[in-house]
Design a protein around this ligand. Structure first.
Ligand code: IVH
Length: 686
């Protein structure tokens, strides 16, 4: 990475654009999808780099700069609620110097010389903040933080939580908004993940994601089954003053029936706060929930009002963070897992060690390069770090403790399960087993994928069951799953099964004999064909029979089917190649046909297609559009049932010409494809 001081203006502008997109993507992964791809530390580093570049080139600060937003925007699916008092975040302190600096700022701002600063310290739980509004003592609505200005209406989900009082006990103001943290305890989190895994459902990366994912369920019945806890701590909108100190406010919260973190303390001055930080730090690993620091708030609410806010954080509070939880242990072995697409993933087998209250025996090593970067060798003493996540990272190797004779780790050249060669294409970080369907590990992972939630979603057929059935020869390939009902009696006799559970499984399987084309394509587990690409393919080809036929033809490079496949927006060359490779393998075709004989694969229907003049038509946009973006035009066309492709062919029905339309306009003229101007297009679609 180039040092910020050495960046040219052009490089800085390009990097800011890239960072804005990347940070937005991670915000979405974290806040909306509850599935972060990077650790908090890496995320913070991206934000810091962005801020550093902006500080050096203030003129380049973008309208969509990450520094201008608190977090992710509200996701769709819930009604939006505007926070009348914004829900902001907190500034951080990482050591006593930062904390004293905070105290000095407060004193300077208030002109206090060296008066004692009474504060309240509250353990900082990394859950999700929530706003609860009560009118005349009755709970009327609850919202997530969202981007701090606008959140999601999760009232119905909050109503399933025992910790959210329906009615405030005793005297209550006409209007009061209470804020707090919804979270999951470590024990509840581990139990939920175990249950999710057994049921073949998604497991969560950490308690925070589990809490967020559970609260943001579109179906409140699901939330009701999730063990969510709540600590109340702050005030939003209020029709009248209810306390003069923060400690007094916490007393009111308790009296109304909320749970306030029992470790919260009133602290006489900064020295007491520093001692509190030590004391909580010492208890941290033994607490039933993960905390990442302590929040200190100036106790006097009149002072809080004077201090107010700066940027996105209050001047009257600070989050004093703990260092990430670390431990050292011995790397006993490197295990190689073989995934669905044959990827070989190294996993560290460790001498079990307690990291922040969680017993850890495994850590991810990511890939071959990561092992080389760490120079981790079997027998080494390694430093582990757990930053909220259950799966810890190895951050360093203690070279001074390396046993004599420890050899650099040799990454396997062959699949440890089936013995086929493992190849790592140039430029890629991952080595893959070339055994394909002959590799039992790949077969098993594919079967697990096949029945997973976004694929066939078969209830009662979790990872464990698939592995057992596969090991015992009950399921060899995906089609065998639909033959399980014929073996119901045999299954009922298996250990852990009975007649009822075997019958339930049969019914769950029968219920899935009809499936939409997009799900079907996704379930095949072809590399690079995730949910989104499966949908693109389903919409483009419409029916299973057509898709199969076209894919067979597309195996021929230069064929019309191949260029048609390449013309689907969003399907690039790498994806096309994976598809073609899949269809070139006779055993895959046999599996497909076996499945097709057992199932009803429903055609993909284009929305609103029936009554639109564009229904089923293939449209190409070319040249610079003046009144809308490409993306907008494409969405408009698709809404009306058209398919939008990138290149003009005989099959194209319509080419919309923007300004300076070049080769595609000529090609349309050559082939006699209908064309129109942007204005005509707008008239056509109304
Ligand atoms: S007060 C304006 N108190 O930390 C101040 N926040 O980094 C608003 N948090 O969004 C926050 N424990 O999700 C406050 N005792 C506590 C907290 C707490 C956890 C979270 C909260 C907030 C984030 C800010």
């Amino acid at each position: 990475m180039i040092a910020v001081a050495a960046l040219t203006e052009a490089e800085a502008a390009a990097e800011l654009a890239a960072l804005a997109a990347e940070i937005a993507r991670h915000d979405r992964a974290y806040h909306e999808l509850d599935a972060p791809e990077i650790t908090d530390a890496v995320y913070d580093a991206l934000r810091r780099r962005n801020a550093a570049i902006e500080a050096r080139f203030p003129a380049l600060v973008r309208a969509d700069s990450p520094t201008r937003s608190v977090g992710a925007r509200a996701a769709t699916g819930f009604a939006k609620i505007v926070h009348r008092v914004p829900m902001l975040s907190l500034d951080n302190a990482f050591d006593v110097a930062d904390f004293n600096e905070f105290c000095d700022r407060v004193r300077r701002f208030l002109g206090l010389a060296d008066a004692a600063l009474a504060m309240v310290g509250e353990p900082k739980i990394d859950g999700l903040s929530i706003s609860l509004t009560y009118e005349h003592g009755r709970f009327v609505r609850g919202a997530t933080r969202g981007d701090g200005m606008e959140g999601e209406d999760v009232t119905r989900n909050l109503l399933t939580m025992a910790a959210v009082p329906r009615v405030l006990l005793g005297q209550a103001p006409a209007l009061i908004e209470i804020r707090g943290e919804v979270f999951m305890t470590k024990a509840d989190f581990l139990a939920l993940n175990a249950a999710q895994e057994a049921a073949g459902q998604k497991v969560f990366a950490n308690p925070r994601n589990a809490a967020a994912g559970s609260l943001r369920q579109l179906d409140p019945a699901v939330t009701a089954t999730r063990p969510l806890s709540l600590f109340a701590y702050a005030m939003g909108e209020a029709s009248e003053a209810v306390a003069t100190t923060h400690a007094g406010w916490l007393d009111r919260l308790r009296a109304w029936g909320f749970t306030v973190n029992p470790l919260s303390r009133q602290l006489a001055d900064a020295a007491a706060a520093a001692a509190f930080q030590q004391a909580i730090g010492a208890q941290r690993a033994g607490l039933p929930y993960d905390i990442d620091g302590v929040v200190y708030k100036i106790d006097d609410l009149a002072w809080q009002a004077r201090l107010g806010f700066v940027g996105r954080a209050p001047r009257w509070a600070i989050a004093w963070k703990f260092p990430a939880e670390q431990a050292t242990t011995v790397l006993e072995d490197v295990l190689i897992q073989v995934g669905r697409t044959g990827a070989l993933t190294p996993v560290a087998a460790l001498a079990p060690v307690n990291v922040g209250g969680v017993l850890v025996a495994r850590a991810s090593l990511h890939n071959q390069d990561e092992i080389a970067r760490l120079d981790a060798r079997i027998g080494d003493t390694v430093v582990l770090q757990r930053a909220g996540d259950v799966i810890p990272q190895i951050v360093a190797v203690r070279l001074e403790q390396r046993p004599v004779g420890a050899q650099p780790y040799a990454f396997p050249t062959h699949c440890p399960v089936c013995g086929s060669a493992a190849l790592r294409p140039p430029g890629e970080v991952v080595a893959r087993c070339t055994g394909g369907l002959t590799c039992p590990a790949q077969t098993e992972e594919r079967l697990i994928h096949f029945v997973s939630r976004l694929a066939f979603d078969i209830e009662g057929l979790g990872d464990k069951t698939i592995r057992e059935f596969h090991a015992d020869g009950l399921i060899r390939g995906p089609a065998d799953i639909f033959r399980l009902p014929a073996n119901e009696a045999e299954i009922a006799k298996r250990e852990g099964w009975g007649e009822l559970s075997a019958r339930n499984l049969s019914q769950a399987i029968q219920a899935r004999r009809t499936i939409g084309l997009a799900r079907f394509i996704y379930s095949l587990g072809i590399r690079r064909i995730g949910e989104a690409n499966a949908k693109l393919l389903a919409r483009h080809y419409g029916s299973f029979a057509n898709w199969r036929a076209q894919m067979r033809l597309a195996v021929q490079i230069g064929s019309e089917a191949r260029s048609d496949l390449g013309s689907i927006l969003g399907i690039g060359e790498a994806i096309a190649e994976e598809l073609v490779e899949f269809f070139a393998e006779p055993r895959n075709l046999a599996t497909l046909d076996e499945l097709a004989a057992l199932l009803t694969v429903e055609d993909a229907v284009a929305p609103q297609a029936a009554d639109s003049a564009l229904a089923g038509k293939i449209v190409v946009f070319t040249g610079a559009l003046q009144t809308m973006t490409r993306q907008e035009a494409k969405a408009m066309a698709e809404k009306l049932g058209a398919r939008v492709t990138d290149s003009v062919s005989k099959k194209t029905d319509l080419v919309v010409l923007g300004e300076d339309a070049g080769s595609k306009a000529r090609k349309a003229a050559e082939l006699g494809v209908r064309t129109m101007t942007e204005t005509e297009w707008r008239e056509l679609v109304g």
